[in-house]
Design a protein around this ligand. Sequence first.
Ligand SMILES: [Zn+2]
Length: 308
Amino acid sequence: MINSLRFKNIKLFLILLVHLFTYSCNEAPNTTNFNFNGDQAFKEIRELIKFSPRDAGTKNGHLAAYHIAEKLKKIGLKVIIDEFIDNTPVGSKKMINILGYLPGKSDKWIILGSHFDTMPGIPNFKGANDSGSSTGVLIEMARLLNNYELNHGLIFAFFDGEEGIANYIPGDGLHGSRRFAKQIYKSGNKNKYIAMILLDMIGDKDLTYTIPSNSDKYLKEILIESSKKLNIRNLIELLDDIVIIDDHVPFSNIGIPSIDIIDFKYGSTKDKNDYWHTEKDSLINISSNSLRITAELTLEMLNHLDVF
Ligand SMILES: [Zn+2]
C-alpha cells in the first residue's frame, strides 16, 4: 500500500515535470495568467487622488510625485527622483519626474509611461481617469512584474507637467516627457530603447481605445495582435486622421517607436468625451475591470516585444 502510493506520487511528479518542460519550451507565457489585480490598481488611484488637485509646480503635485516614488521603492524598484525647473506660460515651475527601473537580461529598455499631474483650473477636479488610471495601473504592474525575470528592462516613467494650460503651444505641456526624452537623446544611447508605450485615460467603464495616427505603425500592429489574442479587438479604434499630442510625442521625435494607448471617449455616452477635464472625472466613473483589461493588453504587447 505504502509502496504503491509512493509509486503513484512519483508518477504524478514525472507527469507534472514533463508538462512543465513542454510548456516552457513550446509556448510563450499566456499573459492573461499574470493575474493583474485591477482592484489593487483601483486602490492605488484612490490613494493618489488624495493629493488632488495635483497640478504641476504645486505642493500637492510634488507630494503626489514623492508618493509614487515611495510606492515604487517599497515594491523594490530602483527609483530616480528627477526634480527640474521648466518654463510655462505662467512662469517657471518646479516639476518632478519619477522613474522606476526593472532591469532585464539584455541592455535594452522599454518605457511604460503615464503622467500624474492634473489639469489646472477645474473646480473639484480629482483626475481619477486623467491621470490617476494610468498611474495606478503602472504602479500595480511594477508590483506584479518585480517577481518575474525579464529579457528586456522596463522603465516605469511617471511624468509631471503633461497638461498644457494654453492649448499645447510649443513649450507648454509635456514638460516631464520632453525632459526625459532629451536626457535619453543626450546620453547617446537612444538605440537601447526599443519602444515607448504610453497609457492615458484608460479607466473608463466603457472602454474604447482611440489610437491616434501619430503612433508607431509596428506597435499598432502589435496592439491589434494582442487585442485579438485577448478577444478585445472590438475595443480598439485606429484613428487614421487624428493626431493626439501626448507624452509619447517627444519619444517619437527622437526616433523611439512610441504608441499612445488612450481612451478619448470618456463620457456620458459611448462616443462622448464630456467627462474629460471636468469634475465628472472621479472614481465613480472608472472601473477596476477596465484597469485590468488595459494592463492585460499592455502585458500582451510586452510579450510580443519578447520581454517575457
Ligand atoms: Zn488631461
